[in-house]
Design a protein. Sequence first.
Lengths: 377, 272
Amino acid sequence: MSGKDVFYQGNEACAEGALYAGCRFFAGYPITPSTEVAEFLARRLPTVGGAFIQMEDEIAAMAAIIGASLVGKKSLTSTSGPGFSLKMENLGFACLTEVPCVIVNVMRGGPSTGLPTGPSQSDVMQARWGTHGDHPAIALAPDSVQEIFTETVRAFNISERLRTPVILLTDEIIGHMRERITIPPEGELEIWERPRPTVPPDQYKPYDISEGIIPPMADFGSGYRYHVTGLNHDETGFPTNNPSLVQPEEERLMAKVTENLDLIQKYEYFEKPKARIGIVSFGSSARSSRAAIRMAEEEGIKVDFLRLITLWPFPTDAAVQMADKVDMIIVPEMNLGQMIEEVQRSIAGKAETVGVNRVDGDPITPTQILDRIREVA
Amino acid sequence: MAFNYAEYIRPGKLPHIWCPGCAHGTVMKSIIRAIDRVGLEKDRTVIVSGIGCASRMPGYVDFNTLHTTHGRSLPFSTGVKLADPGLNVIAVAGDGDALAIGGNHFIHTCRRNIDITLIVFNNNIYGMTGGQFSPTTPHGKLASTTPYGNPDYAFDVVELAMGAGASYVSRSTAYHAIPLERQIADGINHKGFSVIDALCTCPTTYGRRNKLGSAVDMIGWFKDNTVGIKAAGKLPPEKVEGKILTGVFRKEEKPEYCDEYAKIIEKTGGRS
Ligand SMILES: Cc1ncc(C[n+]2csc(CCOP(=O)(O)OP(=O)(O)O)c2C)c(N)n1
Ligand code: SF4
């Protein structure tokens, strides 16, 4: 069976992707440029027996999706800069309690109210480190409307399988841009569910890792009565401050990500023979980068291109692969230099780096990137 | 036959963390007895809390229990309830948890009229963090952050809940444990958002700093300084003045949120 072609905005594709992945609960608070995700799901969720709720603020929305996920519903919230900031404390709660959920941040200019209708990519580091304390982080950054659909599905899949929140970082440009996309028929994309317990309730321990580092998760109300707390806890779910339990618990949360890199990390590497320059980019800046690389080629300058789809965990190996080959890596991003620091950390001096940065509310243009290519060529 | 608390207390989880003389345990006891009175199924009951001394309560009881972030018991509860309206959801919170950091959630949950029962463990202070003033600390009282007396004015939980649209609103105290139990049961049975203002005590911080006597004196104070709203109507004004009113202030049938949402699902032809 072939899919259904539609002419969708990025935000609508995100909402449609969520439904495809089995999302049945959405809680949110309106904010430009993400609101269309909520509006779409307000219409569609009841038609599939799901629930939509507009909460009193983003803190409440984040709380509500965690509550719904504990009952066994795949849950989503969407927001932008200021609302993303408000979600941080409960995002950390989901990390520590290992409750799957997906958070969409359609990035806009900041800090503060910033540029509500202007595109930005300045929440890269917030997606990694925004909530307090050490914690795992997964962030995906699609660059087209079709990819917003598929990456939303993947965000749910990863979140369910690893029992950890996943952030989808889009931006105002691709969130509001319309493109023709194909919604795959049911069954074409794999859908994953969280691991659920196979032991009877009286033997269930909510953080039992004897079968692997991702403990099976029971739905509240299904007969497995257990305790969930944002305090550090032992395998039974109850609070502990025993150092010999807390340290391994925190390390395991990180290991869920570091031991599953092949499941999470996704990128595209376009190689040109003998290129001495490379570009690392993501999201809408990757679109401009692609155009700039074509223009450079017409001028006889070859440029390698690493397009990151997964931002966190950062695909270090791919950056190193590029640095081993080229002399100079250009990092276009709509912020004042966030991803470039991660590139530098990864390549540890194996190549020079330079940014193309813009935070004035206009996109980075291909010409801007081309100028930088010419400068370093 | 004596009440069998062991049926509801998780084995091995006592002693609790509460100070000797803290009234939170009394409120917990009323909640347990109320749940038993209503006959809620343990597997289908979820107890949600925020952060604070009161919010440690869910850890002791054998239900699906969720100890969340400070002030957020109600939005977490809302997610649980809307995701599975068949669950019985009870939220517990301290006065700071429910009304300061969680104040916005409090009024909006009242407005939404979702079928959750909230018990506010109202001890007029932030107990867990060592006795800072809360939104229910009376004007002029001492707290660690009001060393010269509280310049703020207190919220009245009952008035706030009624103003915000809660459909069941009551107040009792840790002295009046049986009426408290009855109100909680009534609140659970009520279809809609129920707020029970459970006046209790923090002898360790609030009591000591304001020289309110022993833990027993503080509980006894409720006996002498409250009057039931039914009785109040029949008493001469001088006997009511200055007293705290207790009882059921509102019990109103009005459409409940999940029921309303179910109608939307039905209207759109949705099926789960
Ligand atoms: C976001 C956040 N801010 C502050 C705190 C610190 N804190 C923990 S409990 C508490 C107050 C608790 O008071 P209350 O809710 O009245 O409950 P009680 O301890 O008196 O039962 C505060 C301020 C916190 N845990 N989280
Ligand atoms: S500090 Fe106060 S509220 Fe907390 S347990 Fe002690 S007496 Fe109770």
